[in-house]
Design a protein around this ligand. Structure first.
Ligand SMILES: *Cc1c(COP(=O)(O)O)cnc(C)c1O
Length: 505
């Protein structure tokens, strides 16, 4: 009898590209080759090789997936990838990278990533993750304890602060509707009253609040920006005023977001005063601690968390300030009952009748189904480094930014936007002969782009009242004051170089 097997099955029996006991040796070889390239990446001296449009166009062609019908050797492809990606990549650990909230990562977190990726645990149902469930739960309990939450609190790992904030607004929306209006959004969907829901956050809060409000059907306009004081903290009397105004309009204030560590200024909203007001008004209180949340571990910043016992939910990003690889974030709730607004019991995964306290299914708390085991890297980092080391890292980056601030303050070539509370500094170069902010904006962008393109330093920019500023974001405790002041010097020198262009204009 003739077999129906396609002829290509013969080849399948000869190769072994899948991770299993037979490919163990090959796996080791692949890892060794990869490590070799990682070592090359680490030996790069600049943070980035530089930006040149001709090279970028070539890279775009190199990224094309051509001739992929047949197999190619990993050696050849890794070599191609080295030219295309590894050599091109930005090293966030480089001390001249001071742009965004990308942190250097701990060694145990990388070890954990290799393990979690190779074993490929999906933390969704107990039967897929068993003991990994306890590791995730334990990390959640650890951070809940840091905030002094009791055993009613719980949480779940998410893909990032944006998703954590999404969950916060979803729970706030559904809880308000259910508790106060008897509306079950999860079951029945939309109702007109929900269009009146309003969420308050400072005008310096993260854009994901607005974006998530839109995703939740509330729209950008449901988010009421509250004015900040000169240290970029939410002004609580403005909050009270806005809540009253919204009520007068016939709309319904449902939630306040207090940001602990704003993305641009690292400022901390006055949590306790906001909390008292939110509770008086029967509103959900969410803390966006994506950036500042881990500073609960420090001596320098723990006082900013006063009032944390009043919150309903918290966002904390471990891929920002716990030195973890992306993705790694958590969403916490004070009352775990509230996860009911996202839970679903699927016959094929977690039927309600099989619910078992001893063998929890973490999927009940998540908006994701298949989910990475991101908790492992935090667990391994905590066990190996210890929280004292992490606290020291965080206090060090804060110290570094204060030193930069004290120096830049004395330099007439610069204007500073705020006193740094965390690890960012927003400032701009001001040319002595120029009065016009439009030209200052051009100069500052020129400085940023010139240093980036040359691979000298990566600095961020932002706008304050329509004016362009430069921004240092420090998350590397191995940086030094001397190096940072050297970047400031490069900024100034580049600004001065713009002068000939000014004369030409
Ligand atoms: C970075 C940040 C976010 C978004 O977090 P992602 O992990 O990038 O999704 C939200 N809020 C604040 C205050 C942030 O700084």
């Amino acid at each position: 009898m003739s077999s129906n097997k396609p002829s290509s099955f013969k080849e399948l029996s000869l190769n072994n590209y899948l991770f299993n006991e037979e490919s163990a040796k090959l796996f080791e070889e692949h890892i060794e080759k990869t490590l070799n390239y990682i070592q090359q990446f680490l030996s790069q001296r600049k943070f980035y090789k530089g930006d040149d449009i001709i090279e970028i166009k070539k890279d775009k062609l190199k990224a094309k997936l051509q001739n992929i019908v047949n197999a190619h050797s990993i050696d050849d492809v890794l070599e191609e990838l080295n030219e295309l990606y590894i050599k091109n990549s930005v090293s966030f650990h480089n001390p001249n990278y001071v742009a965004h909230l990308n942190c250097p990562i701990t060694l145990p977190s990388i070890v954990a990533e290799i393990l979690a990726t190779s074993i490929n645990t999906a933390v969704e149902t107990w039967d897929q993750s068993n003991a990994a469930t306890f590791i995730e739960q334990e990390v959640i309990h650890w951070i809940c304890n840091e905030y002094n939450f009791d055993e009613n609190a719980d949480g779940v790992f998410t893909s990032g602060g944006t998703q954590s904030n999404f969950m916060a607004l979803l729970l706030a929306r559904d809880h308000y509707a259910f508790k106060n209006l008897g509306i079950n959004i999860k079951q029945n969907g939309w109702s007109d009253d929900i269009s009146k829901f309003r969420i308050f956050c400072s005008e310096k809060s993260h854009f994901s609040i607005k974006k998530n409000a839109a995703l939740l059907g509330l729209g950008f306009d449901a988010v009421i920006p509250v004015k900040v004081d000169k240290e970029m903290r939410m002004d609580v009397s403005e909050l009270a005023f806005e809540i009253e105004r919204v009520k007068q309009e016939g709309n319904i204030p449902i939630a306040v977001v207090a940001t602990l560590g704003t993305t641009d200024y690292g400022s901390f909203d006055p949590l306790e005063a906001i909390g008292i007001l939110a509770k008086e008004q029967n509103m959900w209180l969410h803390v966006d601690g994506a950036y500042g949340g881990c500073f609960i571990l420090t001596d320098t910043h723990s006082h900013y968390f006063k009032g944390i016992e009043m919150v309903d939910s918290v966002t904390v990003d471990f891929h920002k300030t716990l030195f973890q690889p992306v993705s790694c974030s958590a969403f916490l709730v004070k009352d775990k009952e509230h996860f009911k607004y996202v839970s679903y019991y699927a016959d094929y995964l977690n039927p309600l009748e099989s619910k078992d306290e001893e063998r929890p299914d973490l999927i009940e708390k998540s908006i994701q189904t298949t989910r990475r085991f991101d908790a492992l890297k935090v667990w391994l980092t905590l066990k190996t480094l210890g929280t004292n080391t992490i606290a020291t890292y965080l206090e060090t980056v804060h110290y570094l930014i204060k030193e930069v601030y004290e120096n830049v303050k004395l330099n007439n070539a610069f204007e500073i936007a705020h006193v740094p509370a965390l690890s960012t500094l927003v400032f701009r170069y001001k040319h002595k002969d120029v009065d016009d902010d439009v030209i200052h904006n051009e100069i500052n962008l020129y400085i940023k782009n010139t240093l980036y393109k040359a691979g000298q330093a990566s600095i961020a920019s932002t706008k304050l009242k329509g004016v362009t500023y430069l921004k240092f974001t420090l998350l590397n405790p191995k940086n030094t004051v001397a190096n940072l002041l050297n970047i400031i010097k490069m900024v100034e020198e580049t600004g001065v170089k713009y002068e000939p262009k000014l004369n030409m204009a």
